[in-house]
Design a protein around this ligand. Sequence first.
Ligand SMILES: [Zn+2]
Length: 511
Amino acid sequence: MAVTKVATTALVGVEALKVEVEVHVSRGLPSFDIVGLPEGTVKEGRKRIRAAILCSNFDFPLKKITVNLAPADLKKGGARFDLPIALGILGASGQIPAAALQRRLFLGELALDGTLRPCPGDLATALLCEKMRIPSLYLPRGSLGHFSLIRGCDAVFSDNLLQVTAEITGDATDTACKEDRQAVAEISRRLLVDLKEIHGQQSAKRGLMIAAAGFHSVVMIGPPGAGKSMLARGLSGILPLMQRQEAIEAAVVKSVALSPCDTAGVFCRPFRAPHHSVTLAGFLGGKQGMVPGELALSHRGVLFMDEFPEFRRDVIESLREPMDAGNYHLSRAWGQVVYPSRFLLVGAMNPCPCGFYGERDSECRCSLSQIERYRNKLSAPILDRIDIQLQVSRVGYRELQQQKSSQSSAEIADMVEAAAAIQRQRFSQELYPFNSDIPAKDLPRFCSLQPTQHKLLLEAIEKFQLSLRSYHRILRVARTIADLEGEKIIATAHLLEALHYRLGLRRFAAR
Ligand SMILES: [Zn+2]
């Protein structure tokens, strides 16, 4: 009897690799073996597959069944191979035509009654299909989402094994299970908090607008109740819309983590706000297979770290690699993966453990050594990597009375979008989209200064003992401020404003 082949994928990090399921059914004592480096969950699948085939009114062949997962040297985990193995058995035993399995790719976990359950990495798989020119991909219904991003590959969603066989053999009359692309292609911007609803805080809002426009990391420092969390959530609503490539990158990470996908928000940037008790494993990922952590899930979006110094030291220090490289490496027993991780870091912190250091109408109860210890939790290298440092104060009663009408998130978002468009045009030949991504070697080209400006900046660097990294970061922020004003050349005012944001935490820096 011939061997039936069914295509599917295995996951390595956030990448899907093609795996071929080869099924051979022959005479002999009834047995069911899976070879090709399967892990426990794959082997357990034998029981699910047998029950699902029987419950779908097919026969489970009482013969010698051998399943090989090729390539044999790639470790395979998860229940994702259930559906392709079941289809391979049906094909090899002549219950469905083996030809129906060609030029198609299948992915799905089976329940005992044949119902399909979604598995991680559906979008990564769709991308692979697009790349390998496999025209159709069969997935469990629960995977619906993100697929409006994919061109060149049709995703077909089914509820159970029987429906898949009906689809591929042409018995299906129900076209409703084809995804309605229009329904999920809706582009929307999620407005978590409208900045207009936050009273006062004009300078903080200005800082956040600049952070959003150039994708600059930012830290806010101020007493409890100053509205730092509200401001951070408001930032989400003014970020530039994601481009298709960015949306795909973010959605792939989400689908690998099996994070619930919201279909309307494919073009919304992620907003992650891990609690300060998060462990390093939860932050980086890699537990149970290769689930991405918070750092990867915030790719192309916002990573909000409230109570910044309260995070574990190793968690804070792990920010360094992604903040420099836009990705991070994870080595585990099963090998090494690289997760994409280009996020906009928003840190929020109190000025001291009690929160009231330096406030006008409240008294700080902390000792100097307590304050020192608190501030030292943020190392100089971490603070050095933050472009914009904002002081946020509580809004007094009088300021509330004199509240001027402030701009809405939609108005600010328009200005941000205009600045983002300028950057996209400027960097059309480069691999990066934002000013904060400009590598040091390209700075003279994109952020050139007049001799007097250069001198001024050098003097400031010397006076405030700033690092070379600070120098570069000031230039990038100044570039963004100029872009927000539609200026081609960086003016001295832009440079001074950028310098001002660099010094916001100077009283704080660990020395
Ligand atoms: Zn205090």
